[in-house]
Write a protein that binds this ligand. Structure first.
Ligand SMILES: Nc1ncnc2c1ncn2[C@@H]1O[C@H](COP(=O)(O)OP(=O)(O)OP(=O)(O)O)[C@@H](O)[C@H]1O
Length: 352
């Protein structure tokens, strides 16, 4: 099997178990993100994959080769894995070319360095030293250096964390494009959900040392497995619902369920169950007049965010609704009265 496969991985720091059942599959040539809050074990996971930290149980395999199962371990230098740490960790006394070519055989060095400089968009900067580069340029050199040895898998540990917001967005898109051009298989760890959603083909959410869910970005955003994942990936309106026969009944009306909608509370005798339906802020629409399924509310705040407006509403009759609703709209909305309607399909989430 090609690509990376991790099953039931456990790892500890001393007596503290940090990873307590991580599953992760990354297909050959795919870009994956491991997403989780600070301290959940993301860096530890990368270090186990790279071979810098031992697994206690489970299995890590790359391209069908066993890397670690808690008993047998392939040494880091035989794994063909590249690692880009958070700060890039360039050699300060070497030039850009020296950094990228470090570890390459002499004969091919010049040609390969030129190729990599072009790949990461740094033509003409070969003779500079790291201190003469911007943060973003330094990270691109670190990426080129990691790609130089043509690793089977590239690990990126929060590589954009130290950069300002605008540079971060640009560099993230550039790095994703570079990795795709190079045909690399890569894993990026981050605690930034926007970064994960925009970068990856597949995202694994870590919670308490376990994989809570792995799915494609759109699926994870629209169809999270539980309320904690729903909230972690972005703002969520969680609306009480009665679920039966493939439909969810809410105060906004009845909606068809998403294809993979997961069941919530235990089924009652007549086949109905209570659940929570996830409506993302873009699924809510505001109007000035009442209409079928429209809920009366008061606009509390309307905040301009450049690409849209974030509107916070208090429902007049809170029965069957959370205390506040969040909508994102293209047009601004004055504070005061509004009617809110919702668009399906509805996804039923597990409470956690
Ligand atoms: N060398 C170590 N010795 C003991 N405990 C450690 C060590 N390294 C990390 N830990 C602990 O392991 C847990 C997970 O750390 P890790 O760095 O893997 O998390 P993370 O998700 O990458 O966090 P961040 O996003 O803040 O970098 C934390 O509680 C941390 O304190």
């Amino acid at each position: 099997m090609s690509g990376l496969s991790i099953k039931g991985l456990r790892a500890a720091h001393g007596r503290n178990e940090i990873l307590a059942g991580v599953d992760l599959t990354v297909e050959d040539g795919a870009l994956a993100c491991v997403l989780g809050p600070s301290g959940c074990g993301k860096s530890t996971l990368l270090r186990v994959i790279a071979g810098f930290h031992p697994a206690t149980e489970g299995e890590v395999a790359l391209g069908g080769r066993l890397l670690d199962d808690g008993r047998r371990r392939l040494p880091a230098e035989h794994r063909r894995i590249g690692y880009v740490p958070q700060d890039g960790a360039l050699f300060p006394h070497l030039t850009v070319a020296g950094n990228i070519g470090f570890g390459l055989p002499r004969g091919r060095r010049r040609e390969k360095v030129a190729e990599l400089l072009a790949l990461v968009g740094l033509d003409g900067l070969a003779k500079r030293h790291p201190h003469q580069l911007s943060g973003g340029q330094q990270q691109r050199v670190a990426l080129a250096r990691a790609l130089a040895t043509e690793p089977e898998l590239l690990l990126l540990d929060e590589p954009f964390a130290a950069l300002d917001a605008a540079l971060r967005t640009d560099l993230r898109a550039e790095v994703a494009a570079t990795l795709r051009r190079a045909g690399a298989t890569a894993i990026l760890v981050t605690h930034d959900q926007e970064e994960a959603l925009s970068f990856a083909d597949t995202i694994a959410v870590l919670h308490a040392g376990r994989t809570a869910q792995q799915a494609a970005p759109q699926q994870l955003y629209r169809e999270p497995a539980d309320t904690a994942i729903a909230r972690f990936l972005g703002e969520a309106n969680l609306i009480p619902a009665t679920v039966a026969e493939g439909k969810a009944e809410t105060v906004f009306g009845t909606f068809p369920l998403t294809a993979t909608a997961t069941a919530t509370a235990t089924a009652t005798e007549n086949g109905e169950r209570d659940g929570l339906v996830l409506l993302r802020p873009r699924q809510l629409r505001l109007r000035t007049d009442p209409g079928p399924g429209a809920v009366h509310a008061r606009v509390q705040t309307c905040r301009f965010r450049g690409h849209d407006h974030r509107i916070e509403l208090l429902p007049t009759d809170p029965d069957g609704l959370p205390p506040t609703l969040i909508a994102y709209t293209d047009a601004p909305w004055p504070t005061g009265e509004a009617y809110v309607e919702a668009q399906g399909p509805a996804h039923v989430v597990e409470g956690r």
